[in-house]
Design a protein. Structure first.
Length: 95
């Protein structure tokens, strides 16, 4: 399916792309090639393939939540640019 140059200009406009004539020509060829490939995919028989939203198994990759000792406060604050009273000191967001 060959796209017209006007189709490519419309897509570029919608994508907010500023393309010169050479780039428009290249995009016309590349987008037309992609649409040709999509046409090939339309011919694949998928009658026996059930619809799915996930093609791989969904597995929880989180480790179990276990209570463990945390870092000592001195180690946590050691590289902080500023701290006060055991807390990180940051510039105020609202004044």
């Amino acid at each position: 399916m060959a796209l017209t140059m006007e189709d490519v200009r419309k897509v570029a406009l919608l994508a907010r792309l500023r393309l010169d004539d050479e780039e428009l020509q290249r995009m016309q060829q590349q987008l037309s090639s992609i649409l040709d490939y999509m046409q090939v995919l339309q011919e694949v028989d998928v009658a026996d393939v059930p619809p799915t939203a996930q093609v791989t198994d969904v597995v929880n990759v989180m480790r179990p939540d276990e209570v463990r000792p945390s870092l000592p406060l001195e180690d946590v604050l050691a590289n902080a640019p500023a701290h006060e009273g055991g807390y990180f000191k940051v510039k105020p967001v609202f004044e």
